[in-house]
Write a protein that binds this ligand. Structure first.
Ligand code: ACO
Length: 436
């Protein structure tokens, strides 16, 4: 169950001749909030915060971000330490269950992932129904939702604590299987089944790139680079997709339905889809023979309709700590694989120029996680439309942990924001003959 934030000095709100006291709250990292949940019943007022830029929608124990300082911690542990010492699966356990696993817990978790990795055979037919050029994010969200039909417990809806462990493992494991199947189908290639002897990330590469006659050569550097990408995406508190997962979960929808909604929210280019958009932008700059300087000029001009994709963040007003780790991993990987990618040079030049420009400095726009991750995925030979799918596989533990937090909180209520209505005032229905 979610612990409550501590009470602190109340805030006073003056509305005309009335002064209202609103409870003050403080979290474990000294983040302050004003509890306005009773404001409307006491005063008739709501708060308005389009895009929720300054609205806390929940108390959560999972992930802490200090955007001003560029800090990210999962369950209190700095992302830099996890990136150096942990694996995606160990980190997934930490995020979902709150503590680093013991040796036995990790083994049990890994075994469960292996047991649950196969899709129901009947699901294979669903893949055939998609046109061959379908975007894998569309396939992923549809198939996650469809797979709940194969598990009657899920179809009953609601939360089954005694089955949660299995459902969580099934989701993490099967999302990877669905993603690889959708890739194979979209290329007209035969499906490759998971190998129980392979670990999570190696198995994904195997299902994607092996063929029926020869297994994919699993280079440990490639496996580690992809595992790091998953780990760095594993959670990021109340972003657009996680807030969507919580929104759906708040109606007591099942875990798979909530995660499918998260995939849809992640897809957009302002969120997870930015990793694809960054590469498309770099490719355009390269094709135009620009080193990035012209593009930066356009990105500063609101009328151009261009933005520097992979730059800027609602929360980070400093360098995204994940981007720092990914930039280094990208340099190391390309060096080790002896790859010379002109897009990396353009990206570095863009960053250098942008970080010197007043426009970006004044608005505190820095590279975010998506700026360099696409270049790693290119080096790993993922097609462009799979980039956001990789993000979704990585984000699954965060969505699951947030789902669990909602379901285990007896005080959680259905999410239901209010609005300020700005449409017509009351008017009468006009019969068709009288309409202009
Ligand atoms: N390029 C140029 N200008 C930008 C950029 C950018 N990438 N990002 C923000 N700005 C400008 C805005 O035009 C605005 O300028 P103004 O104050 O003069 O009007 C100011 O910076 C603030 O930007 P907002 O759009 O209000 O910031 P918001 O918090 O709503 O949006 C977002 C954040 C969506 C990430 C935005 O920075 C953006 O579009 N970035 C590019 C897309 C991207 O990389 N998304 C991935 C984010 S990370 C993730 O979701 C995994």
């Amino acid at each position: 169950m979610t612990k409550h934030a501590q009470s602190t000095v109340p805030a006073k709100l003056v509305l005309g001749d009335k002064t209202i006291e609103l409870p003050g709250l403080v979290g474990t990292e000294k983040e302050h909030a004003i509890d306005i949940s009773k404001l409307r019943s006491a005063t008739g007022y709501i708060t308005l915060d389009e895009g929720y830029g300054n609205t806390g929608s929940c108390e959560s124990e999972i992930t802490f971000i200090d955007g001003e300082e560029g800090i990210l911690r999962y369950r209190g542990i700095p992302i830099e330490q996890l990136a150096e010492h942990s694996t995606f699966i160990e980190t997934a356990y930490l995020i979902i269950y709150g503590e680093l696993p013991t040796h036995d817990q990790l083994r049990k978790f890994s075994d469960l992932l292996t047991e649950e990795e196969m899709l129901h055979e009947d699901m294979k037919h669903h893949f055939e129904g998609f046109p061959s050029n379908s975007h894998p994010m569309a396939i992923l969200s549809s198939m996650i939702n469809a797979s709940s039909c194969f598990y009657p417990g899920l179809m009953r809806g609601g939360f089954e604590p005694h089955r949660f462990e299995v459902q969580a493992a099934r989701l993490i494991s099967q999302v990877r299987t669905i993603a690889s199947f959708s890739y194979r189908v979209s290329r007209g290639l035969p499906i490759i089944y998971p190998k129980p002897t392979y670990k999570f990330t190696a198995n994904f590469l195997h299902m994607l790139f092996s063929n029926p006659y020869a297994d994919y050569d699993l280079d440990p550097q490639i496996v580690r680079a992809l595992d790091l990408i998953f780990l760095l995406h594993a959670d990021h508190e109340q972003n657009c997709s996680t807030a969507t997962v919580r929104m759906v979960a708040s109606s007591k929808a099942n875990l798979f339905a909530s995660a499918a909604a998260g995939v849809c929210a992640l897809w957009g280019p302002l969120h997870g889809g930015a990793n694809q958009a960054v590469i498309e932008m770099l490719e355009r700059i390269h094709a135009d023979g620009d080193d990035g300087s012209r593009f930066i000029r356009d990105a500063k001009d609101k009328d151009s309709g261009k933005r520097l994709m992979g730059f800027g963040h609602r929360v980070y007003k400093n360098y995204d700590p994940r981007a720092k780790i990914i930039k280094k991993a990208c340099d190391d990987l390309l060096h080790k694989l002896n790859i010379d990618d002109p897009l990396l040079d353009i990206a570095k030049h863009l960053e250098e120029v942008a970080l010197r420009e007043d426009y970006f400095i004044e608005r505190k726009l820095y590279p975010n996680v998506d700026f360099y991750s696409g270049i790693i995925m290119r080096a790993l030979k993922f097609p462009l439309n799979m980039f956001t799918v990789i993000f979704a596989i990585g984000r699954m533990p965060g969505w699951i942990a947030n789902y669990k937090e909602i379901m285990e909180n007896p005080e959680s209520r259905i999410y239901r924001p209010r609005q300020i209505y700005t449409g017509h005032t009351k008017r009468d229905y006009l019969p068709m003959q009288q309409r202009g």
